[in-house]
Ligand binder design. Structure first.
Ligand code: DGY
Length: 328
């Protein structure tokens, strides 16, 4: 009997690919750039499973192009705003993500952005490299203290609470907002549950850990930036469209807030014109979960899900669980 066929849309760790190859016929887009819609549709045709990345739009058109034998799309990310859940459920295709294994890496990266922004690490590094440093100066690159400041967390899921845990090392005072209140977390971390306006007005550092949904699009816009302290720093390692990037660029230019640390952008890989010219923003290319160990662990979940589903078992994770009910 011929092996099931799997297409991997971009480069992932070779160990993960080798594991897939033990079970299936595997083709990988080793070029490591997103395929066009037409290319992806053509590659998906006849596959039993697809392993996709955040740069791939998985919609009804792609699923139809793949064909009725497609059983699973394993998305190599915890976020799944690139997947059309309804279209997949309607066609009986299981969609999976990679939760849990990237919380530490993403929360650590959130702190790296926070510290780099507060202590002007990137700006001062550039200054030294450009040969501008002429000697020690008491007033050079004055930054912000982090210890004992108020950290506001929007979205207290796995990553938000991991950030909170790390913030305790800096004795930060924690406030958070979320759709659901978590009293256990409040007791454990001495965190206060607040409404959005209080979060905006009181945070010295505001970090976003919200999934991208129609409700969270532009969660931070002009109105919200106006409510923040002039000394506040905004950190976004969730999804770009959660912040109105145009409004943020304006606020940073006008020094309406002190700074921002951004891992994600509204129209990746494009950056809002003018943003990159500002010194009070740290910009990195969507790498919050990018450590060797984490990437491997993400791959293990995706591969395991494909192996399970193609062997008739339920996956380890699933973002459209209704499809499993329909199948059982
Ligand atoms: C995720 O997992 O959602 C990241 O943004 C991509 O690694």
């Amino acid at each position: 009997m011929s092996k099931a066929s799997v297409f991997v849309s971009r480069l992932i760790p070779q160990d993960n690919i080798d594991e897939l190859k033990k079970h299936f016929d595997v083709e990988v887009n080793y070029e490591d750039k997103p395929l066009s819609k037409a290319e992806l549709k053509q590659k998906a045709k006849g596959r039993n499973a697809l392993l996709t990345l955040v740069t791939d739009a998985v919609d009804g058109e792609l699923l139809d192009a793949a064909g009725r034998q497609l059983k699973i799309v394993a998305n190599y990310a915890v976020g799944f705003n690139n997947l059309d859940l309804a279209a997949a459920t309607q066609r009986g295709v299981i969609l999976t993500n990679t939760p849990g294994v990237l919380d530490d890496a993403t929360a650590t990266h959130t702190f790296a952005l926070l510290l780099a922004t507060a202590r002007r690490i990137v700006e001062s590094d550039r200054y030294v490299r450009e040969g501008k440093w002429k000697g020690w100066a008491a007033m050079a690159f004055l930054g912000l203290d982090v210890d004992r400041k108020v950290l506001g967390i929007a979205g207290m899921g796995r990553i938000g609470s991991n950030v909170a845990r790390k913030a305790k090392g800096f004795n930060m005072r924690l406030i958070y907002s979320d759709l659901r209140r978590n009293t256990e977390f409040e007791q454990q971390f001495g965190a206060a549950y607040v409404d959005k306006e209080t979060l905006l007005r009181e945070s010295d550092f505001l970090t976003l850990h919200l999934p991208l949904t129609p409700d969270t699009r532009h969660y931070i816009g002009e109105k919200e930036l106006n409510m923040m302290k002039k000394t506040a720093v905004l950190i976004n390692a969730s999804r770009g469209p959660v912040v109105d990037e145009k409004a943020l660029a304006r606020a940073l230019r006008a020094k309406q807030i002190w700074g921002a640390g951004l891992d994600v952008f509204e129209r990746e890989p494009e950056i809002e014109p003018g943003l990159a010219e500002l010194d009070n923003v740290v910009i990195v290319p969507h790498i919050a979960s990018s450590t060797g160990e984490t990437r491997l662990a993400m791959g293990r979940i995706a591969v395991n899900n494909i192996v399970k589903v193609l062997n008739g078992q339920p996956p380890e994770t699933c973002v459209n669980p209704e499809v499993l009910k329909k199948k059982s």
